[in-house]
Design a binder for this molecule. Structure first.
Ligand code: ADP
Ligand code: MG
Length: 677
């Protein structure tokens, strides 16, 4: 089935090339190239009974055929079935096309019935068949396939017909499961979808058939995830017992009590760390839910046991914040905390590498510089990856080699909708912080047309005079670093001229690390009142006194970015405001996004909206490279099928591992996912 198409079905080279454009390369691919719709050519309607708006086949004798020169040239054919008359209209036709409509000739026409100006039934551009006595009407609907130019429906149908003649795929699902759920066998499902009969259609068998394919597809996906999961969980890791010495000390020192949700996820993490197999846990929590403290406590467990731990963040600003925060938290712990980022000098790096290798450095904090090959740990046992969705799968895996399989804690503030998490993150265990620390005031969100910017300036003036601090963010323009900078610099100059009394700062990706740190420090102490920024501040920055977030061109930004940015305020005790400036005209998608962010404060709800607006493919982004996307199943509509598929996957792996393997390979060409077992 994986064999190349031309080994199974004879076709011309030209057709094969066209099929390749449709991603059809194997016999299996052609089976799964299911129709996008059907046309019912199985039954002839009388013109009288053909209702307006339906697509039907009618039959009659030509009573006239004329080329009319109206606004444009058109061919008009009148057809009678003995009771009524219908007009067929062709706007594009070759001159000799007329000759096939001799008066008296019997023809069939298929198309959508419409009414013309005079209330007469009409079909535009019908499909025409000549009626011959010996040709019977087909028994099944005519399937319409997606195609490319140069490949006709007829040619596809011919190839599909050939494929169906050979159809004999061994059934993979247990008979009891099929009966219980009244699913079709795979072969029947494929046949029904390609050659649907009117009776099957009336019995809704095509829906059942499609559902069968969805189950197969989800099953394949689950098999792959299960395989990766089992592979990872077989990895031996160091068993870390929580002695409570350091962790308790830290908890007691905190100026706040951990939320119930934080305690719950910590319990889950401690349990994982205490196993001799590797932890692979995704920690989800909305912006501001307090993930850093959870990460720090997890790392302390490694230290309690005499091992090293590290935390990596996607940007230097964020990593540095962690560094400052964690140094502050662990101020009187006498633990050696090490800073490692790309911006260190070669000499500094060399020293740092040495301290990491000889075990003097206990907690290592940095950017992806930590992933580099030169970095050798003495005994790394816990790895925390913050904002994990910013890292590629590959980067995540490279740390795997950095110790005897260190335990992994991945953190993300971009919640993944439940359906996505269940299917795409099935290789991870998931913990959720589903509660914000008490006392957080909800952030007020306001949408303002950019033309009313002067009112915003007025508001900023009033607020800063009360001691509040403001972020003013330019959107990231992906195509051009230069434009980003220009935008931010222009805005900076504009605000300086409009708000001369304010101390305004500017931060963007092109600044040197030390310069960025300097600006952030001044903002933190309150010396800078208004901070103009590109979205470098999107993730993780924590300045509790900042209570106003203004976002330029918010209509250009994605939902999760907007939510992340808004989450930078609302961290202190005063009420916070997020102002979304937009420019008209708004696209439909932009309208939907702004509506969603305006109406929702909860990251999980926003993630759900995002899934509806964008679909899973775009949301998963980088993970696409790791896990195949679905073609038949739709995670929103077909959520209920996932538990079934999960169950089947477990069953199959236990009882019939060979077929499980084959199934995953067929569906996702998944050799590379099947890691050595
Ligand atoms: P995020 O989950 O977005 O990374 P942080 O870990 O940066 O959030 O925490 C946001 C802020 O909330 C920090 O200032 C942190 O000290 C504070 N915080 C964390 N946990 C609690 C808690 N249980 N009660 C009150 N404040 C908390
Ligand atoms: Mg954070």
């Amino acid at each position: 089935m994986e064999s190349k198409l031309h080994d199974t079905i004879l076709t011309s080279k030209m057709i094969l090339e066209k099929l390749n454009l449709l991603n059809i390369r194997t016999y299996w691919d052609i089976l799964l190239h299911i129709p996008i719709r059907y046309e019912d050519l199985t039954k002839v309607y009388s013109i009288n009974n053909a209702s307006i708006g339906t697509q039907v086949l009618i039959e009659g004798a030509v009573i006239s055929a004329n080329v009319l020169h109206k606004r444009t040239k058109q061919l008009q054919v009148k057809l009678s079935d003995g009771y009524s008359i219908i007009t067929l209209i062709f706007l594009h036709f070759y001159p000799n096309y007329v000759t096939q409509f001799q008066v008296g000739k019997k023809i069939r026409a298929f198309g959508e019935i419409k009414l013309d100006y005079f209330g007469q039934k009409t079909i535009f551009h019908p499909k025409i068949q000549t009626v011959k006595d010996d040709v019977l009407l087909p028994e099944s609907f005519c399937a319409i396939y997606s195609t490319v130019s140069g490949l006709s429906q007829k040619q596809i149908i011919k190839i599909v017909d050939e494929a169906l003649k050979l159809l004999n795929v061994p059934e993979i699902l247990p008979q009891t499961f099929l009966t219980q759920n009244t699913y079709l066998s795979f072969n029947d499902a494929v046949r029904v979808l390609h050659q649907l009969t009117p009776q099957q259609f009336a019995d809704k068998l095509h829906i059942k058939a499609l559902e069968r394919l969805k189950i197969d597809e989800l099953l394949a996906q689950q098999l792959i995830m299960l395989d990766i999961y089992q592979y990872k969980h077989k990895n031996k890791a160091i068993k870390l017992k929580n002695n409570h010495t350091l962790t308790h000390k830290l908890i007691e020192q905190l100026p706040f009590k951990l939320t119930t949700a934080q305690q719950k996820v910590l319990k889950e993490i401690y349990l994982d760390l205490n196993k001799n197999t590797q932890m692979n846990r995704l920690l989800q929590g909305d912006v501001g839910s307090g993930k850093t403290i959870v990460a720090t406590l997890s790392m302390l467990v490694a230290i309690e046991n005499g091992f090293q731990s590290c935390i990596v963040a996607p940007t230097e600003i964020l990593a540095e914040q962690h560094y400052n925060k964690i140094c502050e938290l662990l101020h009187d712990f006498s633990i050696n905390i090490i800073w490692l980022a790309g911006s260190l000098s070669a000499k500094e790096k060399k020293q740092v590498y040495e301290r990491i290798a000889n075990g003097d450095g206990q907690i290592i904090i940095g950017t992806h510089a930590v992933f580099q090959e030169q970095v050798k740990f003495k005994n790394l046992a816990v790895v925390v990856v913050d904002e994990q969705h910013r890292f590629g799968v590959k980067q995540r895996l490279t740390l795997q080699d950095k110790g005897v399989n260190p335990h992994h804690l991945m953190m993300s503030a971009t919640p993944i909708p439940r359906s996505l998490a269940m299917s795409y993150y099935a290789d991870l265990d998931v913990s959720v912080i589903d509660e914000l620390p008490v006392g957080r005031k909800p952030i007020k969100t306001i949408l303002i047309n950019n033309q009313r910017k002067s009112e915003v300036l007025f508001f900023v003036n009033a607020q800063t005079s009360k001691g509040r601090q403001v972020y003013w963010v330019c959107p990231l323009i992906e195509e051009s670093e230069k434009l980003n900078l220009e935008n931010a610099e222009n805005l900076f100059a504009f605000l300086q001229s409009k708000l001369p009394k304010l101390n305004i700062g500017l931060i963007h990706g092109k600044l040197k690390t030390i310069e960025k740190a300097d600006v952030m420090a001044k903002f933190k102490t309150g010396e800078i009142q208004l901070l103009v920024a590109t979205s470098v501040i999107e993730v993780g920055v924590d300045v509790p006194n900042a209570s106003i977030m203004i976002i330029e061109h918010s209509e250009r930004m994605g939902l999760s970015s907007l939510h992340q940015l808004r989450g930078r305020v609302g961290r202190g005790s005063v009420e916070s405001t997020c102002i979304l400036l937009y420019h008209n005209p708004l696209s439909d998608v932009a309208k939907k996004r702004l509506k969603a962010i305006y109406e929702n404060n909860d990251g999980f709800k926003i993630a759900h909206e995002d899934l509806l607006i964008r679909g899973p493919g775009e949301i998963l982004g980088d993970r696409q490279s790791g896990v195949p996307l679905l073609k038949f199943a739709n995670l929103e509509v077909d959520l209920h099928l996932i538990p079934q598929a999960k169950e089947l996957a477990r069953h199959l792996v236990t009882h019939n591992p060979e077929s499980a393997k084959l199934h995953a390979q067929l569906w996702f060409n998944a050799q590379e996912f099947y890691l050595k077992t």
